[in-house]
Design a protein around this ligand. Sequence first.
Ligand code: SAM
Ligand code: ZN
Ligand code: ZN
Ligand code: ZN
Ligand code: ZN
Ligand code: ZN
Length: 459
Amino acid sequence: MPRKRKFEAKDSIAQKTLPVEVVIEDVTTHPLCMHGPTLLFSTEKGRFYACASCRNKECTVHIDEEDWLKENVRKRNEKYYSLIPKIDKAAAWSNFCEIKSRHYADRAFCNTCEELYALSQPSKKHAKEHRIITPLTDEQLSRPTTFLPMLENDSVEAQYMFTKKSISTVFGILKNNNISNILCIGTPSIHEEAQSQPDFTSLLLDYDKRHHLFQPPKQFVWYNMFNNYMFNGNEDEKVLKKFFKNSREGGICIVMDPPFGGRVEPLIQTLKELTELYRRVCDKPGDGLLPVLWAFPYFSEPYITNTAPEIKMHDYQIEYTNHKKFLNRMKDGRKFASPIRFFTNLPLRTIDLSNDSDYKLCNKCKFYVSATNNHCYKCGACTSKNGMTYKHCDACKRCVKPTFFHCKACGRCAQERNHQCGVVVESQSCFNCKETGHKKSACPQLQGRNNNKKKRKSA
Ligand SMILES: C[S@@+](CC[C@H](N)C(=O)[O-])C[C@H]1O[C@@H](n2cnc3c(N)ncnc32)[C@H](O)[C@@H]1O
Ligand SMILES: [Zn+2]
Ligand SMILES: [Zn+2]
Ligand SMILES: [Zn+2]
Ligand SMILES: [Zn+2]
Ligand SMILES: [Zn+2]
Protein backbone atom coordinates (compact mmCIF):
# COMPACT_ATOMS: atom_id res chain seq x y z
CA MET A 1 0.00 0.00 0.00
CA PRO A 2 1.43 3.40 -0.83
CA ARG A 3 2.32 5.36 2.31
CA LYS A 4 1.27 8.67 0.90
CA ARG A 5 -2.01 8.99 -0.84
CA LYS A 6 -1.70 10.54 -4.22
CA PHE A 7 -3.72 13.64 -4.56
CA GLU A 8 -4.41 13.65 -8.26
CA ALA A 9 -7.91 14.54 -9.34
CA LYS A 10 -8.23 10.88 -10.09
CA ASP A 11 -11.10 8.91 -8.69
CA SER A 12 -9.03 7.40 -5.93
CA ILE A 13 -9.95 7.67 -2.31
CA ALA A 14 -8.97 6.00 0.93
CA GLN A 15 -12.07 3.81 0.82
CA LYS A 16 -10.97 2.57 -2.55
CA THR A 17 -7.32 1.97 -1.82
CA LEU A 18 -8.16 -0.05 1.29
CA PRO A 19 -10.64 -2.84 0.64
CA VAL A 20 -11.76 -2.51 4.24
CA GLU A 21 -15.05 -1.39 5.72
CA VAL A 22 -15.58 0.21 9.11
CA VAL A 23 -18.26 -1.41 11.25
CA ILE A 24 -20.29 1.43 12.72
CA GLU A 25 -21.22 0.74 16.33
CA ASP A 26 -20.62 2.09 19.82
CA VAL A 27 -16.82 2.19 20.19
CA THR A 28 -16.68 2.69 23.95
CA THR A 29 -16.23 -1.05 24.58
CA HIS A 30 -13.51 -1.42 21.94
CA PRO A 31 -9.81 -1.97 22.70
CA LEU A 32 -7.83 1.24 23.18
CA CYS A 33 -4.76 2.58 21.45
CA MET A 34 -2.89 5.84 22.06
CA HIS A 35 -5.59 7.61 20.03
CA GLY A 36 -8.58 6.47 22.06
CA PRO A 37 -10.99 3.62 21.27
CA THR A 38 -10.10 1.64 18.14
CA LEU A 39 -12.55 1.07 15.30
CA LEU A 40 -13.78 -2.33 14.17
CA PHE A 41 -12.74 -3.01 10.56
CA SER A 42 -14.16 -5.67 8.33
CA THR A 43 -12.46 -7.30 5.37
CA GLU A 44 -13.32 -10.34 3.35
CA LYS A 45 -10.81 -12.25 5.51
CA GLY A 46 -12.20 -11.28 8.89
CA ARG A 47 -12.82 -8.49 11.40
CA PHE A 48 -10.30 -6.71 13.60
CA TYR A 49 -9.84 -3.65 15.80
CA ALA A 50 -7.28 -1.04 14.75
CA CYS A 51 -6.43 2.62 15.28
CA ALA A 52 -9.17 5.09 14.39
CA SER A 53 -6.85 7.84 13.29
CA CYS A 54 -3.64 6.45 11.87
CA ARG A 55 -3.49 5.18 8.38
CA ASN A 56 0.16 4.32 8.61
CA LYS A 57 2.30 2.00 10.68
CA GLU A 58 2.87 4.35 13.61
CA CYS A 59 0.06 2.78 15.58
CA THR A 60 0.45 -0.96 15.83
CA VAL A 61 -2.64 -1.99 17.79
CA HIS A 62 -4.36 -4.74 15.83
CA ILE A 63 -6.68 -7.14 17.65
CA ASP A 64 -8.82 -9.75 15.95
CA GLU A 65 -12.47 -9.55 16.91
CA GLU A 66 -12.49 -13.02 18.49
CA ASP A 67 -9.30 -12.33 20.46
CA TRP A 68 -10.97 -9.37 22.14
CA LEU A 69 -13.18 -11.86 23.98
CA LYS A 70 -10.12 -13.32 25.72
CA GLU A 71 -9.38 -12.25 29.27
CA ASN A 72 -5.59 -11.91 28.81
CA VAL A 73 -5.98 -9.74 25.70
CA ARG A 74 -8.34 -7.43 27.57
CA LYS A 75 -6.00 -7.30 30.55
CA ARG A 76 -3.06 -6.40 28.33
CA ASN A 77 -5.02 -3.61 26.68
CA GLU A 78 -5.81 -2.00 30.05
CA LYS A 79 -2.36 -0.40 30.07
CA TYR A 80 -3.75 2.25 27.73
CA TYR A 81 -5.90 3.68 30.54
CA SER A 82 -2.71 5.15 31.95
CA LEU A 83 -0.75 5.44 28.69
CA ILE A 84 -3.15 7.73 26.80
CA PRO A 85 -1.84 11.21 27.54
CA LYS A 86 -3.81 14.12 28.93
CA ILE A 87 -3.00 17.82 28.78
CA ASP A 88 -3.03 20.44 31.53
CA LYS A 89 -5.07 23.17 29.90
CA ALA A 90 -5.26 25.42 32.96
CA ALA A 91 -1.48 25.46 33.39
CA ALA A 92 -0.97 26.10 29.67
CA TRP A 93 -3.38 29.04 29.78
CA SER A 94 -1.76 30.68 32.76
CA ASN A 95 1.61 30.28 31.02
CA PHE A 96 0.13 31.87 27.89
CA CYS A 97 -1.10 34.87 29.88
CA GLU A 98 2.28 35.26 31.53
CA ILE A 99 4.13 35.15 28.19
CA LYS A 100 1.62 37.48 26.58
CA SER A 101 2.28 40.09 29.26
CA ARG A 102 5.88 40.30 28.01
CA HIS A 103 7.42 42.30 25.19
CA TYR A 104 6.86 40.56 21.85
CA ALA A 105 10.62 40.21 21.34
CA ASP A 106 10.86 38.18 24.54
CA ARG A 107 8.22 35.65 23.45
CA ALA A 108 9.33 32.39 21.86
CA PHE A 109 7.84 29.08 20.84
CA CYS A 110 9.85 25.87 20.55
CA ASN A 111 8.02 23.62 18.13
CA THR A 112 10.25 20.68 18.99
CA CYS A 113 9.35 20.82 22.69
CA GLU A 114 5.89 22.31 22.05
CA GLU A 115 6.65 25.03 24.58
CA LEU A 116 5.75 28.72 24.71
CA TYR A 117 8.31 30.55 26.85
CA ALA A 118 10.20 33.77 27.54
CA LEU A 119 13.63 34.07 25.93
CA SER A 120 14.90 35.92 28.97
CA GLN A 121 13.71 33.14 31.31
CA PRO A 122 13.84 29.84 29.49
CA SER A 123 12.57 26.98 31.63
CA LYS A 124 15.22 24.76 30.04
CA LYS A 125 17.89 24.81 27.38
CA HIS A 126 16.53 24.25 23.90
CA ALA A 127 19.06 22.47 21.70
CA LYS A 128 20.42 24.19 18.61
CA GLU A 129 18.47 22.05 16.20
CA HIS A 130 15.15 22.81 17.90
CA ARG A 131 12.73 24.76 15.78
CA ILE A 132 12.26 28.05 17.64
CA ILE A 133 10.00 30.84 16.50
CA THR A 134 10.60 34.31 17.88
CA PRO A 135 9.59 37.14 18.21
CA LEU A 136 5.83 36.66 18.52
CA THR A 137 3.42 39.55 18.07
CA ASP A 138 -0.03 39.82 19.70
CA GLU A 139 -1.55 39.11 16.30
CA GLN A 140 0.51 35.92 15.97
CA LEU A 141 -0.43 34.79 19.47
CA SER A 142 -4.10 35.19 18.59
CA ARG A 143 -3.61 33.27 15.31
CA PRO A 144 -1.14 30.44 15.98
CA THR A 145 -1.97 28.83 12.61
CA THR A 146 -0.05 31.70 11.00
CA PHE A 147 3.25 30.60 12.51
CA LEU A 148 2.93 27.02 13.81
CA PRO A 149 4.92 24.79 11.47
CA MET A 150 2.35 22.71 9.67
CA LEU A 151 2.25 18.99 10.27
CA GLU A 152 2.01 17.75 6.74
CA ASN A 153 2.20 14.07 7.50
CA ASP A 154 -0.57 13.08 5.09
CA SER A 155 -1.43 9.94 6.94
CA VAL A 156 -1.87 11.53 10.37
CA GLU A 157 -2.45 15.25 10.83
CA ALA A 158 -2.53 16.32 7.19
CA GLN A 159 -2.71 20.03 7.95
CA TYR A 160 -3.66 22.29 5.09
CA MET A 161 -4.85 25.81 5.82
CA PHE A 162 -7.66 27.69 4.10
CA THR A 163 -6.77 30.86 2.22
CA LYS A 164 -8.24 34.14 3.50
CA LYS A 165 -10.70 34.00 0.63
CA SER A 166 -11.96 30.55 1.59
CA ILE A 167 -12.25 31.62 5.25
CA SER A 168 -14.35 34.59 4.24
CA THR A 169 -16.54 32.31 2.08
CA VAL A 170 -17.19 30.19 5.17
CA PHE A 171 -18.19 33.23 7.22
CA GLY A 172 -20.39 34.47 4.39
CA ILE A 173 -22.26 31.15 4.36
CA LEU A 174 -22.71 31.22 8.15
CA LYS A 175 -23.99 34.80 8.09
CA ASN A 176 -26.47 34.01 5.31
CA ASN A 177 -27.83 31.26 7.56
CA ASN A 178 -27.93 33.45 10.68
CA ILE A 179 -25.52 31.14 12.44
CA SER A 180 -23.29 32.61 15.11
CA ASN A 181 -21.93 29.55 16.98
CA ILE A 182 -19.30 27.39 15.31
CA LEU A 183 -18.05 24.01 16.40
CA CYS A 184 -14.71 23.88 14.59
CA ILE A 185 -13.53 20.31 14.03
CA GLY A 186 -10.05 20.32 12.51
CA THR A 187 -10.53 23.93 11.40
CA PRO A 188 -8.25 26.06 13.60
CA SER A 189 -8.17 28.96 11.16
CA ILE A 190 -11.97 29.23 11.27
CA HIS A 191 -11.81 29.16 15.06
CA GLU A 192 -9.18 31.90 15.13
CA GLU A 193 -11.21 34.07 12.78
CA ALA A 194 -14.37 33.51 14.87
CA GLN A 195 -12.49 34.59 18.00
CA SER A 196 -11.67 37.89 16.30
CA GLN A 197 -15.29 38.59 15.35
CA PRO A 198 -17.67 39.87 18.03
CA ASP A 199 -20.71 38.21 16.43
CA PHE A 200 -19.34 34.68 16.65
CA THR A 201 -18.51 32.15 19.34
CA SER A 202 -16.55 28.98 18.65
CA LEU A 203 -14.96 25.91 20.16
CA LEU A 204 -12.02 24.16 18.49
CA LEU A 205 -11.81 20.36 18.54
CA ASP A 206 -8.51 19.23 17.05
CA TYR A 207 -5.98 16.46 17.24
CA ASP A 208 -3.10 18.94 17.20
CA LYS A 209 -2.57 19.57 20.88
CA ARG A 210 -0.21 22.50 20.28
CA HIS A 211 -3.36 24.64 20.12
CA HIS A 212 -3.94 24.22 23.85
CA LEU A 213 -0.86 26.37 24.45
CA PHE A 214 -2.69 29.35 22.94
CA GLN A 215 -6.36 28.81 23.79
CA PRO A 216 -8.40 29.38 26.93
CA PRO A 217 -9.35 25.97 28.39
CA LYS A 218 -12.98 26.45 27.37
CA GLN A 219 -12.13 27.05 23.73
CA PHE A 220 -10.07 24.02 22.88
CA VAL A 221 -10.58 20.29 23.23
CA TRP A 222 -7.88 17.79 22.31
CA TYR A 223 -9.93 15.51 20.15
CA ASN A 224 -10.01 12.62 17.69
CA MET A 225 -12.81 13.10 15.17
CA PHE A 226 -12.74 9.49 13.94
CA ASN A 227 -13.92 8.02 17.23
CA ASN A 228 -15.40 11.17 18.79
CA TYR A 229 -12.85 10.85 21.58
CA MET A 230 -11.90 13.66 23.95
CA PHE A 231 -8.49 13.10 25.50
CA ASN A 232 -9.31 14.95 28.72
CA GLY A 233 -12.49 12.93 29.27
CA ASN A 234 -15.14 14.39 31.58
CA GLU A 235 -13.49 17.77 31.83
CA ASP A 236 -13.76 18.14 28.04
CA GLU A 237 -17.25 16.76 27.88
CA LYS A 238 -18.30 19.53 30.24
CA VAL A 239 -16.68 22.11 27.97
CA LEU A 240 -18.51 20.75 24.93
CA LYS A 241 -21.86 20.56 26.73
CA LYS A 242 -21.47 24.11 28.00
CA PHE A 243 -20.69 25.28 24.50
CA PHE A 244 -23.77 23.50 23.17
CA LYS A 245 -25.93 24.99 25.92
CA ASN A 246 -24.71 28.48 25.11
CA SER A 247 -25.44 27.81 21.43
CA ARG A 248 -29.10 27.19 22.10
CA GLU A 249 -29.83 30.56 20.55
CA GLY A 250 -28.08 31.96 17.51
CA GLY A 251 -27.82 28.78 15.50
CA ILE A 252 -24.94 26.37 15.40
CA CYS A 253 -22.86 24.87 12.61
CA ILE A 254 -20.13 22.25 12.62
CA VAL A 255 -17.32 23.37 10.32
CA MET A 256 -15.07 20.43 9.69
CA ASP A 257 -12.04 19.76 7.50
CA PRO A 258 -10.74 16.25 8.15
CA PRO A 259 -7.48 14.86 6.82
CA PHE A 260 -8.28 13.96 3.24
CA GLY A 261 -7.56 10.26 3.54
CA GLY A 262 -10.04 9.99 6.41
CA ARG A 263 -12.90 7.57 6.16
CA VAL A 264 -16.41 8.83 5.69
CA GLU A 265 -18.42 6.40 7.82
CA PRO A 266 -16.81 7.16 11.20
CA LEU A 267 -16.99 10.89 10.47
CA ILE A 268 -20.72 10.70 9.84
CA GLN A 269 -21.08 8.63 12.99
CA THR A 270 -19.28 11.41 14.87
CA LEU A 271 -21.67 13.99 13.41
CA LYS A 272 -24.59 11.84 14.56
CA GLU A 273 -23.24 11.48 18.09
CA LEU A 274 -22.53 15.21 18.38
CA THR A 275 -26.02 15.99 17.07
CA GLU A 276 -27.57 13.66 19.66
CA LEU A 277 -25.58 15.28 22.44
CA TYR A 278 -26.64 18.75 21.29
CA ARG A 279 -30.30 17.77 21.19
CA ARG A 280 -30.07 16.24 24.66
CA VAL A 281 -28.21 19.15 26.23
CA CYS A 282 -30.38 21.81 24.62
CA ASP A 283 -33.58 19.82 24.96
CA LYS A 284 -34.27 20.35 21.29
CA PRO A 285 -35.68 17.17 19.82
CA GLY A 286 -35.66 16.75 16.07
CA ASP A 287 -34.24 14.61 13.36
CA GLY A 288 -31.46 15.16 10.92
CA LEU A 289 -27.91 16.22 11.60
CA LEU A 290 -26.87 19.58 12.99
CA PRO A 291 -25.93 22.02 10.23
CA VAL A 292 -22.54 21.03 8.90
CA LEU A 293 -20.03 22.52 6.50
CA TRP A 294 -17.56 19.80 5.68
CA ALA A 295 -14.54 20.25 3.41
CA PHE A 296 -13.70 17.05 1.53
CA PRO A 297 -12.64 15.88 -1.94
CA TYR A 298 -15.34 15.84 -4.62
CA PHE A 299 -14.70 12.17 -5.32
CA SER A 300 -15.99 11.31 -1.85
CA GLU A 301 -19.44 12.51 -2.87
CA PRO A 302 -21.03 9.07 -3.40
CA TYR A 303 -19.77 7.88 -0.01
CA ILE A 304 -21.11 10.90 1.81
CA THR A 305 -24.46 11.15 0.06
CA ASN A 306 -25.06 7.42 0.38
CA THR A 307 -24.50 7.50 4.13
CA ALA A 308 -26.09 10.90 4.80
CA PRO A 309 -28.37 11.81 1.86
CA GLU A 310 -29.26 15.19 3.37
CA ILE A 311 -25.66 16.32 2.83
CA LYS A 312 -25.11 17.79 -0.63
CA MET A 313 -21.94 18.75 -2.42
CA HIS A 314 -21.45 22.33 -3.56
CA ASP A 315 -19.28 23.25 -6.54
CA TYR A 316 -17.09 25.83 -4.73
CA GLN A 317 -13.40 24.90 -4.96
CA ILE A 318 -11.88 25.46 -1.54
CA GLU A 319 -8.44 27.04 -1.71
CA TYR A 320 -5.53 26.18 0.57
CA THR A 321 -2.34 28.09 1.30
CA ASN A 322 0.16 25.27 1.57
CA HIS A 323 -0.81 22.20 -0.36
CA LYS A 324 1.53 21.94 -3.32
CA LYS A 325 -1.23 20.47 -5.39
CA PHE A 326 -3.66 23.16 -4.27
CA LEU A 327 -1.49 26.20 -4.93
CA ASN A 328 -4.26 28.07 -6.50
CA ARG A 329 -2.45 29.83 -9.30
CA MET A 330 0.06 28.01 -11.39
CA LYS A 331 3.23 29.75 -12.57
CA ASP A 332 1.67 30.76 -15.87
CA GLY A 333 -1.26 32.33 -14.03
CA ARG A 334 -3.75 29.61 -14.92
CA LYS A 335 -5.90 28.47 -12.08
CA PHE A 336 -5.37 25.03 -10.59
CA ALA A 337 -8.62 23.33 -9.73
CA SER A 338 -8.73 22.34 -6.07
CA PRO A 339 -10.47 18.98 -5.61
CA ILE A 340 -11.87 20.04 -2.22
CA ARG A 341 -15.56 21.00 -1.99
CA PHE A 342 -18.06 21.88 0.71
CA PHE A 343 -20.48 19.14 1.70
CA THR A 344 -23.38 20.62 3.57
CA ASN A 345 -26.98 20.24 4.69
CA LEU A 346 -27.42 24.03 4.61
CA PRO A 347 -29.37 25.26 1.58
CA LEU A 348 -26.92 25.46 -1.35
CA ARG A 349 -28.48 28.75 -2.42
CA THR A 350 -27.08 30.37 0.75
CA ILE A 351 -23.56 29.99 -0.67
CA ASP A 352 -23.28 33.39 -2.31
CA LEU A 353 -20.40 33.63 -4.77
CA SER A 354 -21.67 36.69 -6.64
CA ASN A 355 -18.37 38.48 -6.02
CA ASP A 356 -16.28 35.74 -7.55
CA SER A 357 -15.91 35.68 -11.34
CA ASP A 358 -14.96 32.00 -11.28
CA TYR A 359 -18.59 31.18 -10.46
CA LYS A 360 -21.98 31.83 -12.01
CA LEU A 361 -25.54 31.48 -10.78
CA CYS A 362 -27.32 28.58 -12.48
CA ASN A 363 -30.88 29.77 -12.81
CA LYS A 364 -32.15 26.20 -13.09
CA CYS A 365 -30.29 24.80 -10.05
CA LYS A 366 -30.70 28.13 -8.22
CA PHE A 367 -27.23 28.08 -6.74
CA TYR A 368 -23.73 29.13 -7.73
CA VAL A 369 -21.66 26.72 -9.78
CA SER A 370 -18.22 26.92 -11.34
CA ALA A 371 -18.18 29.09 -14.47
CA THR A 372 -17.03 26.02 -16.39
CA ASN A 373 -19.96 23.89 -15.22
CA ASN A 374 -22.80 23.49 -17.70
CA HIS A 375 -26.40 22.77 -16.81
CA CYS A 376 -27.39 19.53 -18.56
CA TYR A 377 -31.07 19.55 -19.45
CA LYS A 378 -31.15 15.76 -19.78
CA CYS A 379 -29.76 15.21 -16.26
CA GLY A 380 -31.53 18.25 -14.87
CA ALA A 381 -28.41 19.39 -13.04
CA CYS A 382 -25.08 21.12 -13.35
CA THR A 383 -23.18 17.91 -13.66
CA SER A 384 -19.48 18.73 -13.42
CA LYS A 385 -17.75 17.45 -10.32
CA ASN A 386 -14.09 18.13 -10.96
CA GLY A 387 -14.27 21.57 -12.54
CA MET A 388 -14.15 20.36 -16.16
CA THR A 389 -17.14 20.73 -18.46
CA TYR A 390 -18.84 17.32 -18.56
CA LYS A 391 -20.63 15.89 -21.60
CA HIS A 392 -23.83 13.88 -21.69
CA CYS A 393 -23.80 10.23 -22.82
CA ASP A 394 -27.18 9.14 -24.13
CA ALA A 395 -26.38 5.45 -23.79
CA CYS A 396 -25.37 5.74 -20.12
CA LYS A 397 -28.05 8.38 -19.49
CA ARG A 398 -25.67 10.52 -17.50
CA CYS A 399 -22.99 13.16 -17.88
CA VAL A 400 -19.39 12.03 -17.87
CA LYS A 401 -15.97 13.68 -17.77
CA PRO A 402 -14.80 15.14 -21.08
CA THR A 403 -11.95 12.59 -21.03
CA PHE A 404 -14.41 9.66 -21.10
CA PHE A 405 -15.69 7.77 -24.15
CA HIS A 406 -18.53 5.31 -24.45
CA CYS A 407 -17.08 1.84 -24.85
CA LYS A 408 -19.56 -0.35 -26.73
CA ALA A 409 -17.85 -3.57 -25.63
CA CYS A 410 -18.12 -2.63 -21.93
CA GLY A 411 -21.49 -0.99 -22.39
CA ARG A 412 -20.42 2.00 -20.33
CA CYS A 413 -18.37 5.16 -20.40
CA ALA A 414 -14.75 4.85 -19.36
CA GLN A 415 -11.59 6.90 -19.16
CA GLU A 416 -10.13 7.08 -22.65
CA ARG A 417 -6.54 6.73 -21.53
CA ASN A 418 -5.42 3.16 -20.70
CA HIS A 419 -8.91 1.72 -21.12
CA GLN A 420 -8.88 -2.07 -20.89
CA CYS A 421 -12.10 -3.66 -22.05
CA GLY A 422 -13.83 -5.77 -19.46
CA VAL A 423 -11.68 -4.77 -16.49
CA VAL A 424 -13.57 -3.48 -13.48
CA VAL A 425 -11.43 -2.08 -10.70
CA GLU A 426 -12.89 -4.05 -7.84
CA SER A 427 -11.31 -2.18 -4.96
CA GLN A 428 -13.18 0.88 -6.15
CA SER A 429 -16.57 -0.58 -5.58
CA CYS A 430 -18.92 -2.55 -3.35
CA PHE A 431 -17.61 -6.05 -2.62
CA ASN A 432 -20.96 -7.49 -3.63
CA CYS A 433 -22.42 -5.77 -6.68
CA LYS A 434 -19.26 -3.95 -7.83
CA GLU A 435 -21.12 -0.65 -8.06
CA THR A 436 -19.36 2.39 -6.65
CA GLY A 437 -20.80 4.68 -4.03
CA HIS A 438 -21.74 2.27 -1.26
CA LYS A 439 -20.17 -0.50 0.73
CA LYS A 440 -21.27 -4.08 0.95
CA SER A 441 -23.21 -3.59 4.18
CA ALA A 442 -25.34 -0.96 2.42
CA CYS A 443 -25.63 -2.83 -0.88
CA PRO A 444 -29.19 -2.51 -2.18
CA GLN A 445 -28.99 -6.11 -3.44
CA LEU A 446 -28.36 -7.34 0.09
CA GLN A 447 -30.73 -5.04 1.91
CA GLY A 448 -33.10 -7.84 2.94
CA ARG A 449 -30.22 -9.94 4.19
CA ASN A 450 -28.57 -7.09 6.09
CA ASN A 451 -31.83 -6.18 7.77
CA ASN A 452 -32.40 -9.78 8.81
CA LYS A 453 -28.94 -9.89 10.29
CA LYS A 454 -29.67 -6.77 12.30
CA LYS A 455 -32.94 -8.23 13.53
CA ARG A 456 -31.19 -11.39 14.61
CA LYS A 457 -28.60 -9.36 16.48
CA SER A 458 -31.14 -7.29 18.37
CA ALA A 459 -33.36 -10.29 19.12
C1 SAM B 1 -6.78 19.47 6.34
S1 SAM B 1 -6.37 20.29 7.87
C2 SAM B 1 -7.65 21.47 7.95
C3 SAM B 1 -7.26 22.84 8.43
C4 SAM B 1 -8.26 23.88 7.99
N1 SAM B 1 -8.28 23.92 6.54
C5 SAM B 1 -7.94 25.27 8.53
O1 SAM B 1 -7.54 26.13 7.74
O2 SAM B 1 -8.14 25.49 9.72
C6 SAM B 1 -6.83 19.01 9.01
C7 SAM B 1 -7.02 19.46 10.45
O3 SAM B 1 -7.54 18.36 11.21
C8 SAM B 1 -6.70 18.10 12.32
N2 SAM B 1 -6.74 16.64 12.52
C9 SAM B 1 -6.01 15.67 11.90
N3 SAM B 1 -6.38 14.45 12.33
C10 SAM B 1 -7.37 14.64 13.23
C11 SAM B 1 -8.16 13.77 14.05
N4 SAM B 1 -8.01 12.43 14.00
N5 SAM B 1 -9.08 14.31 14.87
C12 SAM B 1 -9.23 15.66 14.96
N6 SAM B 1 -8.50 16.54 14.23
C13 SAM B 1 -7.59 16.04 13.37
C14 SAM B 1 -5.35 18.64 11.95
O4 SAM B 1 -4.59 18.96 13.11
C15 SAM B 1 -5.75 19.88 11.13
O5 SAM B 1 -6.00 20.99 11.98
ZN1 ZN C 1 -3.77 4.65 17.38
ZN1 ZN D 1 13.12 22.94 22.50
ZN1 ZN E 1 -27.69 23.84 -13.14
ZN1 ZN F 1 -26.31 14.98 -18.64
ZN1 ZN G 1 -21.64 6.05 -21.95
